[in-house]
Design a protein around this ligand. Structure first.
Ligand SMILES: NC(=O)c1ccc[n+]([C@@H]2O[C@H](COP(=O)([O-])OP(=O)(O)OC[C@H]3O[C@@H](n4cnc5c(N)ncnc54)[C@H](O)[C@@H]3O)[C@@H](O)[C@H]2O)c1
Length: 371
């Protein structure tokens, strides 16, 4: 817990993604945005006002040194997540980090080592695990309604060639590396459905290169990369990430197969999320609307969300994500995406980048619990 009566939070990357955390922090009633930090100095004053903060910094280390913050939200580009989380943890400050946890296996080791040496709570803000259908499927899987879960697919198809030129870090860290560079949104919910099994081995292949950036350079990332994950015990997961192909976005495609049920998310607007569960629907002759199971199976807090949750965006997901981090900080519940879950979601992608270099070789995924 923090030294202040309400937790003082500092948000770094406050002029970008970091800004979206304000309402959830305030809605919790247990924390407030105290300081903002962004290297864009000309945007700081406005960010401070917009986020209701008392202080502004253009240097992250200076914020950690000088500001009375108990915790930080890290909403900077991917290549800064690990070092900024490690700096916070070393000072005993709690950290909620945007995805992915880090951009190399070495960085991931540093986060784990900093967590092992700190009492502070680290959480990765994998918000797709807080999407309403994903929460319901998790409840069904945990209740055993899919039986033995053995296959899943996740896809993140989000063309962002234009955005690469505005947020240039994406051109380096998302489309400038081959293999799966951004897998946590797809793999995160699936790992919760398979829990406690993690991916122990991955292989990766790509579809080739069909687009160039505005300078005429080929993207290092192949257009569609597919990673296969062998799961602990048994089971197979397929993850496809494509940030280059021209097509309508589809960032939340999921499928799940178990011995007693199957699930397919809606792939386009107007479709429903469909499910078949032997125990509920009998013969596997037809799909049923997932939403029909909400009344009986949705966790209570989600069925009757507090007013505060509804104010926070993503159908309450943003609120519940911050609430889980705060509950862990206040010692009331374990962190659902703590450091090892964050590693389980991040490391397979990093290993896939080695696999694709080695013609798709199956490679082991380290278990951060042994580090
Ligand atoms: N979970 C999600 O749904 C989701 C959605 C969008 C972005 N993201 C993640 O959020 C992060 C930021 O993405 P974005 O689209 O907002 O990027 P962005 O480039 O628009 O914003 C990042 C902000 O961080 C600031 N910044 C950069 N380096 C900094 C540093 N060293 N210290 C302080 N501030 C610094 C930038 O000036 C900018 O204002 C990325 O990691 C991205 O993957 C997650």
């Amino acid at each position: 817990m923090g030294k202040n009566e309400k937790l003082n939070v500092g948000i770094v990357g406050a002029a970008g993604r970091g800004a979206s955390f304000r309402s959830a922090i305030e809605a919790s009633g247990r924390a407030r945005v105290h300081a903002v930090c962004d290297v864009k100095e000309d945007a700081l004053e406005e960010a401070m006002e917009r986020l209701g903060a008392q202080e502004k910094y253009s240097d992250y280390e200076q914020m950690l040194e000088e500001s009375d913050v108990d915790a930080v939200v890290i909403g900077t580009p991917m290549q800064f997540h690990a070092s900024q989380a490690v700096s916070a943890l070393r000072r005993g400050l709690h950290a909620l980090s945007e995805v992915t946890a880090g951009v190399s296996i070495e960085e991931c080791r540093e986060i784990v080592s900093a967590c092992n040496a700190s009492d502070a709570v680290y959480m990765m803000a994998e918000n797709y695990t807080y999407m309403r259908p994903n929460v319901l499927v998790r409840a069904l899987a945990q209740g055993g309604l899919f039986g033995d879960v053995y296959y899943a697919e996740g896809e993140y198809l989000h063309e962002l060639k234009g955005l690469n030129e505005i947020t240039k870090w994406r051109r380096r860290w998302q489309t400038g590396v081959n293999g799966i560079t951004y897998c946590t949104h797809s793999l995160g919910p699936i790992l919760q459905w398979f829990a406690p099994r993690r991916a122990v081995e991955v292989c990766c292949a790509g579809s080739g290169h069909h687009y160039e950036d505005p300078r005429g350079d080929q993207y290092e990332n192949e257009d569609s990369c597919v990673m296969l994950c062998r799961m602990e015990g048994d089971g197979l997961v397929k993850i496809r990430v494509d940030m280059l192909s021209d097509r309508p976005h589809a960032m939340t495609n999921y499928q799940l197969q178990g011995t007693e049920g199957a699930y397919e998310s809606a792939r386009a607007a107007g479709e429903t999320n469909r499910v078949w569960l032997r125990a509920v629907h009998g013969d596997p002759g037809a799909w049923h609307d997932l939403a029909e199971l909400e009344e009986e199976h949705m966790p209570d807090l989600w069925r009757n969300p507090p007013e505060a949750a509804l104010k926070a965006g993503h159908g309450g997901g943003d609120f519940f994500e911050v609430l889980d981090w705060l509950n862990a900080i206040f010692g009331e519940a374990p962190c659902p995406v703590g450091v090892h879950e964050a590693m389980d979601m991040t490391l397979p992608g990093l290993v896939s980048q080695l696999s694709i270099e080695q013609e798709g070789a199956w490679l082991p995924v380290p278990d951060s619990r042994t580090w």
